[in-house]
Write a protein that binds this ligand. Sequence first.
Ligand code: MG
Length: 325
Amino acid sequence: MTAAQTNVPGPLPMVVPAEGLPARVRIHEVGARDGLQNEKATVPTETKAEFIHRLADAGLTTIEATSFVHPEWVPQLADAEQLFPRIQGIEGVDLPVLVPNARGLDRALALGARRVAVFASATESFAKANLNRTVDEALAMFEPVVARAKASEAPDDLVHVRGYLSMCFGDPWEGAVPVPQVVRVCKALLDMGCDELSLGDTIGVATPGHVQALLTALNDGGVPTHLLAVHFHDTYGQALANTLAALRHGVTTVDASAGGLGGCPYAKSATGNLATEDLVWMLHGLGIETGVDLGRLTATSVWMAGRLGRPSPSRTVRALSHQEQ
Ligand code: MG
């Protein structure tokens, strides 16, 4: 495979629709942000820009681009200011960015970002480890950020705010996370003005019944399904089963990472993001539209694996590109 190759010809899934599923799913591609921030190697800005352009060429329309975090916290994404202008103006593509605080929000808005995301935790232990705050202190920190994002919008120029919620199912220190605890934090994020919530299974321990229980509890608590996205990790091989449970419940936005970036099997920081190609194979097999060209996407992930110097952990990428493991 050479860098010039932009399409991997290969088999496509047989299409056999199933009842009770949406006709179309919006994939929220997180490889360039969640993926690369968890890779050991730091990728040059030019390569990131090419990666994002290739993802757009493959038909992805929501591509989370980077994080306006303090450069010392996440050196892999320290080039947000240099990267963001290089990916502007891609027709029909939204480019959300993570903004950890008011300073990050201001940097993002100054460059023209109109989709931003904040990152909260459902558990005290992770809030403490990740943000050195309690859950409520973290929420209090995000409240003015979300308010400021919303205050910067005009009637014909809206700012979309996504609220990430990590550790929605299990927590490495606390074990199983009580469903009512997750519902409480979700409602707080919506109350402060978030337009969408992404429910993260950060350590990949969820199983489909748990997904169903959380989604039902959220509905019962007044949170409608159309505001929810799911963010599954494949650490225990459950990401697609959990996705299917969410689709059956009516969820139509699914987070995934091209090539399974961020889930490098050889790195200690392996987080096991669901690979976009694995997701697309299942969705297309079910006759669900995504707008994604699987061959082009796979070629992009093979190219990026070459830049990172190791094979993609995605099963579908390996099968379609005949990568040796
Ligand atoms: Mg992730």
